[in-house]
Design a binder for this molecule. Structure first.
Ligand code: XMP
Length: 327
C-alpha cells in the first residue's frame, strides 16, 4: 500500500464522495500490490475485518480467502450473518469453521479470567493456522488494523498486531487497507462497500466474546443463557430506539443460583445481569437510564424465555469502579 501512515493533511472521511474516492484509490493500490496472488483474512464479522473483506472482494474477488472461526462464544445469529453477507450475497470465498467444541472443551473448568483470555486467543491462532496450512499459494495476510491501533501500539498502550502469534513458518506479506482510517471513517467506507448498517454500526464486542460474560468456568447451559438473554436485550433495545444510542449493552450470567418461584413451584436458578453504558473512549463509562417500563418488559421476557433464569438485575455501577465487562 502506498500510504503507510495517515498524511497530516488528510481530510476526515465524512461524506459518501470522500468514502468513494478512498475506496477507488485503495482498490487500485490493492490490485497493484496483490497482482494475481492469494490473500488470507481472519473474518470475525466485526466492523474492521468485515470492511477489509468487502474491500478485498471488490479488489481481487476470489483471490481472497476468508476464514470465519466460530469459537462458540459469538452472539446469537452472528456466524449466520457472516455466511449470509459474505458467502451468499458478496460471493466471497469463505471457509467456515465451527470450532465450538474445541474451544469449550479447552475452557472447561477454567475460572481465571486471564487464563480464559489466553486459551481463547491461543486456540484461535491454532485453528486459523490449521486452516491456512490447508490452503495453497497464499502470499498475503489481510488485517483490519486501523489508525488508532497503530497510534496505541506506538505509545505502548496496546500490542495490536493480530498476526502476532502465527507460527514462525507462516510469514505472509501484510495487506492493511484501512490502516490510515479512524473508526468512524471505516464505518462510512463499509456502508459504501454495501455492508449492512447492522454490521457496520454495531456496538463493540470483545475478542473473547461471550466468554467474559459467563464469569468463572464456562458451561454450555450458562453460556446459552447469556446468548439468549443478550439476544432479547438487543431486540428490545432496537424496538425501543436505544440501538445506536447506547454505546454498549449486554447481559452477564454469574455462576450462582438463588431461590425463586416458577409455575407455582420452588426454583433454584441463575440471575441475568443487564449492563448498558455510555462512554467516549471506554476509559470511563456512565450507566444508561433505562425506562422502567422497558425494564419490566426485559424481566418478563428473560425470566419467561431463557432457560434456567429466575431473576434479572440491573448494574448501576459506572466505570470506575466497575469495568465495562465483568472479567
Ligand atoms: P473494560 O471491561 O476494560 O472494557 O472496561 C472496555 C472496552 O473494551 C472491551 N474489551 C475487550 N475487547 N478483548 C477485546 O477485544 C478483550 O479482552 C476485551 N476486554 C474488554 C469491552 O467490551 C469494552 O468495550
Amino acid at each position: 500500500m502506498a500510504n503507510d501512515r495517515r498524511p497530516d493533511d488528510m481530510v476526515r472521511i465524512t461524506t459518501n464522495d470522500l468514502a468513494d474516492a478512498f475506496i477507488e484509490e485503495q482498490i487500485a493500490s490493492l490490485r497493484e500490490q496483490i497482482g494475481s496472488k492469494k490473500v488470507l483474512l481472519a473474518l470475525s464479522g466485526g466492523v474492521d475485518s468485515s470492511v477489509v473483506a468487502a474491500m478485498l472482494i471488490r479488489a481481487v474477488g476470489q483471490q481472497l480467502v476468508c476464514v470465519h472461526v466460530n469459537h462458540g462464544l459469538l452472539r446469537k445469529g452472528e456466524p449466520e450473518q457472516v455466511i449470509e453477507v459474505f458467502r451468499n450475497q458478496m460471493k466471497a470465498n469463505l471457509v467456515y469453521v465451527d470450532a465450538t467444541d474445541r474451544f469449550l472443551n479447552k475452557l472447561a473448568g477454567v475460572t481465571d479470567p486471564e487464563q480464559k483470555r489466553k486459551i481463547i486467543g491461543g486456540e484461535f491462532i491454532e485453528v486459523f493456522a490449521e486452516e491456512a496450512r490447508k490452503l495453497e499459494g497464499i502470499e498475503f495476510l489481510a488485517q483490519g488494523t486501523i489508525w488508532p491501533d497503530i497510534l496505541e501500539s506506538e505509545k505502548g498502550i496496546k500490542a495490536h498486531h493480530n498476526a502476532g502469534g502465527l507460527p514462525e513458518d507462516m510469514q505472509f506479506e501484510l495487506v492493511e487497507p484501512v490502516k490510515i482510517l479512524f473508526k468512524d471513517e471505516v464505518r462510512i467506507v463499509g456502508e459504501r462497500l454495501g455492508l449492512p448498517a447492522g454490521m457496520v454500526y454495531r456496538q463493540p464486542f470483545p475478542g473473547p466474546g461471550l466468554g467474559v460474560r459467563c464469569p468463572g468456568a464456562i458451561t454450555r447451559d450458562r453460556l446459552e443463557a447469556v446468548r439468549e438473554s443478550d439476544a432479547i436485550l438487543r431486540e428490545e433495545f432496537a424496538k425501543n430506539g436505544l440501538e445506536g444510542k447506547v454505546w454498549q449493552y449486554f447481559t452477564v450470567v454469574p455462576d450462582f443460583r438463588s431461590t425463586g418461584i416458577k409455575n407455582g413451584e420452588r426454583s433454584f436458578e441463575w440471575c441475568v445481569i443487564i449492563r448498558a453504558v455510555n462512554t467516549k473512549d471506554a476509559m470511563t463509562a456512565s450507566v444508561e437510564e433505562i425506562p422502567f417500563s422497558l425494564m419490566q418488559t426485559l424481566v418478563n421476557r428473560i425470566t419467561g424465555e431463557v432457560k434456567g433464569v429466575n431473576r434479572v438485575l440491573y448494574d448501576f455501577t459506572p466505570k470506575p469502579t466497575g469495568t465495562i465487562e465483568y472479567e
